[in-house]
Design a protein around this ligand. Structure first.
Ligand SMILES: Nc1ncnc2c1ncn2[C@@H]1O[C@H](COP(=O)(O)OP(=O)(O)OP(=O)(O)O)[C@@H](O)[C@H]1O
Ligand SMILES: [Mg+2]
Length: 355
């Protein structure tokens, strides 16, 4: 007799769960320094935009988000303020990040949703309690009802389909815009994790400095990124790649364009690359002989947009003697990983970190 209400409540709980799943579109998010990607349960990746926001400088009203805001960067009048609210993988401007998430949720929830969604969000492994609180608060105040956090390197491993649940050591290096995360994983947990705040953005800044010093041309940070993507190469014997770049002549102050090639800008990668290689050496020095065997056999998986630099996997293989394999779509590894967690929340809840 006593069991009946429990059975009923279990039944109603299950019914409620099914109804919520039907009525709300649970989401997963890779809130990155350079790009924010959103995955909707049952649908896949539905949004992929630069983490840039344009605001009315006086009222703070949101004017544009993502690609539209990135196009305005550096070209705004005094009435418009362009902000990159995420820095080094964590929230640097809480108010603007909340506005950005709220806007993105509005875009992706353009469907019949009566119940506020749950969200799985990727965060850097070295996130502090205060930074974690900021992510949670930003998501909750954007209309999310429950938040689960997953370390980005774990998400990248899940997204890449590595055997993280098995007694096999897997190593992932996620080179994003603001952070490079290195993790060694086994049996659904992290054995080693380390993040350095050197990644794609540092390479852009290095190219910007280098072009100014070497060529006397002042270029914008997004032009430096364009150079990196178009002709950046770590390969010593790569075929010549050239492009035209634009900026302001340092001595005359006049606009000037010039031809650049990959050989000229290659030294700019030296410093950020050294920091990334150093962090990888430290990680490799920390592994047990058993895991070393697995990593030697299976290689190291590269994720994040920074992994797309030409010749990076070859360079890392040459430096360490271990095979580095770039994911087929490194820019979406993390969001595919958090997406898999939201799709299988009951079985993968154990890999979420305490929120
Ligand atoms: N084809 C490419 N070649 C080189 N670099 C690239 C390429 N495509 C994107 N990138 C770089 O990848 C970085 C963005 O990668 P990603 O989207 O993984 O970062 P993020 O997740 O936003 O940042 P983080 O994880 O550090 O918070 C940028 O620095 C971008 O310039
Ligand atoms: Mg990332």
């Amino acid at each position: 007799m006593l069991k009946l209400p429990e059975k009923n409540s279990n039944l109603s709980k299950q019914l409620w769960k099914k109804m919520s799943a039907f009525m709300s579109a649970d989401i997963a998010m890779d809130l990155g320094t350079a790009n924010t990607l959103v995955y909707v349960k049952g649908e896949g990746v539905v949004l992929n935009e630069p983490s840039v926001v344009a605001l009315d400088a006086e009222t703070g009203e949101l004017l544009a988000v993502g690609h539209a805001a990135k196009q305005m960067y550096g070209k705004t009048s005094r009435a418009v303020r362009c902000v990159r609210p995420i820095k080094d993988g964590v929230i640097a401007d809480f108010g603007v990040t909340t506005e950005m998430i709220r806007y993105m949720l509005r875009v992706v929830r353009n469907r019949w949703s009566l119940v506020r969604p749950r969200a799985v969000i990727g965060v850097p492994s070295d996130i502090t309690q205060v930074e974690k609180r900021a992510v949670l608060d930003a998501a909750l105040s954007s209309g999310v009802r429950q938040v689960y956090l997953v370390e980005e390197s774990m998400a990248a491993a899940v997204g890449s389909g590595l055997p993280i649940e098995q007694p096999i050591g897997s190593m992932v290096v996620d080179i994003g815009g603001g952070t490079t995360e290195i993790a060694i994983l086994s049996l659904g947990g992290t054995m080693y994790t380390h993040a350095i705040r050197v990644a794609g953005d540092e390479m852009d800044e290095a190219i910007q400095r280098y072009v100014k010093q070497r060529c006397g041309l002042e270029i914008s940070i997004f032009e430096a990124e364009r150079i990196k993507i178009t002709i950046g190469s770590l390969l010593h014997h790569s075929p010549p790649l050239t492009m035209k770049t634009f900026g302001r002549d340092v001595s005359t102050g006049m606009p000037r364009s010039m031809e650049l090639n990959n050989e000229v800008i290659r030294p700019a990668f030296q410093e950020p690359l050294c920091a990334i290689v150093g962090a990888i050496y430290t990680a490799l020095e920390n592994i047990s002989p058993e895991v070393a065997q697995d990593i030697l056999a299976n290689g190291v998986h590269l994720a994040g947009g920074g992994a797309l630099i030409r010749g990076l996997s070859e360079k890392l293989t040459e430096k360490t003697g271990i095979r580095f394999i770039c994911d087929s779509d490194p820019l979406t590894c993390v969001v595919r990983g958090v997406g898999r967690v939201i799709e299988n929340l009951d079985s993968l809840k154990n890999i979420c970190i305490a929120a």
